[in-house]
Design a protein around this ligand. Sequence first.
Ligand code: NAD
Length: 425
Amino acid sequence: MTATAMTQAPKETLNAFEIAQQQFANAADILNLNEGVRKKLRTPERCLTVAIPTRMDDGRLEVFTGHRVQHNTTRGPAKGGIRYHPNVTLDEVKALASWMTWKCATVGIPYGGAKGGITCDPKSMSLGELERMTRRFASEISCIIGPEKDIPAPDVYTNAQTMAWIMDTYSMNQGYAVPGVVTGKPLALGGSLGRNEATAQGCVYVVEEAAKKLNMNLKDSTAVIQGYGNAGSIAARLLHDQGVRIIAVSDSKGGIRNTRGLDPRKVLEFKDKSASVVGFPETEAITNEEILTLKCDVLVPAALENCITLKNAAQVNARIVAEAANGPTTPGADEILFERNILVLPDILANAGGVTVSYFEWVQNVQELYWEIDDVNSRLKRIMTRSFNDVYQIYKDKKINMRKAAYVLAVGRVAEAFKLRGLFP
Ligand code: NAD
């Protein structure tokens, strides 16, 4: 073996669905689930792949491919976001859908898990093209979505406007307004106060709980944020408002650092104008790889999957890793971080604030009764704090990492519900 080969990290799968299956299997082993129950809980209930013919601005007809996967509906209607990204695959959507099942169960909200995605490059598309593609996709999947069946929400490169188009398309086909078919809608269409901030807010609530356990004063601490979209930029702002010094942030074009601290609001204004955080005054440029290994107290991955892997886990230099993103850490990296005593707040806990306030939005739509922001945030805080402590207790009792602890809680809840419902027919 050559010297280079010896220093290379062992190979690991980066297929999100294989990773999700492995995470599930770890919990199933600890819970001693029988093979039949395992097969049921690891297999998506329904995968719908659709062609999305779309008229482009130059007159061309483009045909995109989209997916909607419902992983498990044992505990309630399926719930999960829709992602637009060039790398979307059915396997990624299946993984994201299963993570939604476990996430809803971790925080105890009465939903199953789903996810959707379209393989496309939204940054190169006009608003008109995005609208036509979204409406056709919504129409193609309308046979399986609905307020009692499956409720989409925003994810990477989709937003409140995307949800408004889906709500309108679905409502036009039904013949009356159905706001409860999607969450993450604009306020003017029945969105909830606090939904836009919810993922980041929930993440900050669990970071606060984790900091208490580690006797860490957040006011004296530093944070690094990878990804500066809905989850990342708002997490940066909320942590900054708690007195945390934000020393580096990044987006798809690269990262910026200033150890004296960044003002997250000014960085966002700059990004809105120039389409990236890169080039923000008085900062040095760093790469998206470097940002993950900077010394800090709280590292918040808030972009895409598989950024903390066997290759860089030994160099992560944080006390807490708070996964605002879905699937940022591979199972091999999880083991290394656990051995190194870095507290990982797993995605199915740390970013569950988004789906929790989506649930509040849906409850408000169904009841046609709207809440004040204080009601939203106090209920969110209660759920996130309780869920953190439920997971932390299992982590302490079983001496397993926080992800395994969250999965034990979540898989145990879904398995119990499945047992109670029994098998149809
Ligand atoms: P977004 O589209 O608002 O932002 C994504 C950000 O990631 C952008 O700033 C983009 O530039 C950046 N990015 C993309 N590729 C990158 C790369 N290779 N390196 C660094 N940065 C990169 O998306 P979002 O809604 O903030 O979602 C981010 C993550 O949070 C995803 O994993 C998503 O599944 C997860 N999440 C989002 C929500 C939600 O409510 N929006 C809820 C739960 C989980």
